[in-house]
Design a binder for this molecule. Structure first.
Ligand code: FEO
Length: 401
């Protein structure tokens, strides 16, 4: 089994998951990787494991380099099962002197595996341990994205093993950022941020500031998913800084579902209005666009238009599900507008407005309902509201600069 030396005597020994297409609701059409790293020094240290079904890949990679029983420490940076699922088998095989984890990691390992007899070694935030010529400093990153999450930093190598942060669900035979297509890489990194970390943006901002204030030197970031940032770790740090500040761009989304194409006609007219102001617009039918792709666009869109007809006094299921998903990610600092057709009651617009009010979006209009099928005048009105939103986006970005 192929292993990769990422720094002298530090190897990638993880697994590529070529098959996964859904990651708790997130579409992973490019697959993913579960990265684990093996460091040789006076102590031999394994950082994280892999998803349970790929445990044998990890074991064979370790055996390529050493006898598993020679591993002294296992570091658990994060307890979610994609990184800890193989832990029971690996602990059995390795019989480690220590399983190193954060305080919350200890609690969560007990709650997952119910093995109080394992040799846990709980580290404090900022604690450093020596493993020979090199050392490991543990940096707690609570809620990025679980309470147990932490980074492992090896100062002598300027290497940050960053758990989920800075990752991408990108399954490839390449291990490094400079070996893959840059637009695909940044898209997958953005998609990861949008779907996993967006709601924790305040914690991301705080973490980036504390890393900068502490003067931690980083020349490689090794996340637990996707490729390792060796050529340009600054690129992903800068992108996180940008995404975490919810800085919108001159971009709007018209996200809709439709029953008999009336709401779709309105959606197109709203998009026309936005486009006529020079704002970049995407028309996103929930029937053909996956929610995890749409939220990737949400993070840098300044305007969000939601369209849905009324079904049984409520929303169509695709819009209801999308709002529930987006609500969990806590979008912020956007303009909003809701619209939709109806037959006799017409509550859909009210439900979409309520969601956007909860997110503190600035609504550019009270919402537009059309009975059954829009007239030419109705579509003209939709276009005007699109233009109104477009102008507000342009003005707000000018004031921001
Ligand atoms: Fe990749 Fe939160 O696990």
């Amino acid at each position: 089994m192929q292993v990769y030396e990422i720094k002298k005597d530090i190897y990638w020994v993880g697994a590529v998951d070529w098959l996964v297409r859904d990651f708790h609701g997130y579409s992973t059409y490019k697959g993913t990787t579960y990265n684990a790293f093996l460091m040789f020094d006076e102590k031999t240290v394994l950082f994280d494991t892999v998803k349970h079904n790929l445990c044998s890949d990890l074991v064979h990679r370790i055996r390529t380099l050493t006898d598993p029983e020679k591993i002294d420490y296992i570091v658990v940076n994060h307890v979610e099962m994609d990184h800890s699922g193989s832990l029971p088998e690996i602990v059995e095989l390795v019989k480690p002197e220590k399983i190193i984890c954060s305080k919350m990691g200890h609690k969560n390992l007990l709650a997952h595996f119910h093995r109080p007899e394992w040799p846990y070694h709980v580290v404090e935030n900022g604690e450093t341990i020596s493993v020979g010529k090199r050392s490991i400093t543990f940096i707690e990153t609570r809620m990025l994205h679980w309470p147990d999450s932490m980074f492992s930093y090896i100062p002598e190598e300027k290497l940050l093993i960053s758990s989920d942060a800075f990752g991408q669900h990108l399954g490839t035979s390449e291990r490094f950022d400079d070996e893959v297509d840059q637009s695909e890489l940044m898209y997958q990194a953005k998609k990861y941020y949008a779907n996993i970390l967006y709601l924790y943006s305040p914690q991301v901002r705080k973490l980036l500031k504390s890393v900068a204030d502490a003067g931690i030197e980083i020349d490689m970031i090794a996340p637990d998913h996707g490729v390792i940032w060796r050529k340009d770790p600054g690129k992903i740090l800068k992108a996180y800084e940008n995404w975490s500040h919810h800085r919108g761009t001159q971009k709007a989304l018209v996200i809709y579902d439709t029953m008999w194409h009336s709401t779709e006609m309105m959606a197109k007219a709203v998009a026309d209005g936005l486009e006529s102001t020079g704002v970049s617009v995407k028309l996103l039918d929930l029937g053909v666009n996956h929610r995890s792709e749409i939220v990737t666009d949400v993070i840098d869109a300044k305007g969000i238009c939601l369209g849905c007809p009324t079904l049984n006094n409520g929303l169509l299921p695709a819009m209801a599900g999308f709002l529930m998903y987006l609500r969990g990610l806590r979008p912020a600092q956007k303009f909003g507008f809701a619209f939709g057709s109806y037959g006799w009651s017409g509550e859909a617009v009210k439900h979409m407005n309520k969601a956007m009010e909860e997110w503190k979006f600035e609504l550019v209009h009270e919402g537009m309902k059309v009975k059954y099928v829009p007239t030419h005048e109705d579509l003209k009105k939709c276009k005007e509201i699109g233009q109104l939103m477009g102008q507000k986006i342009i003005d707000s970005l000018e004031n921001q600069n």
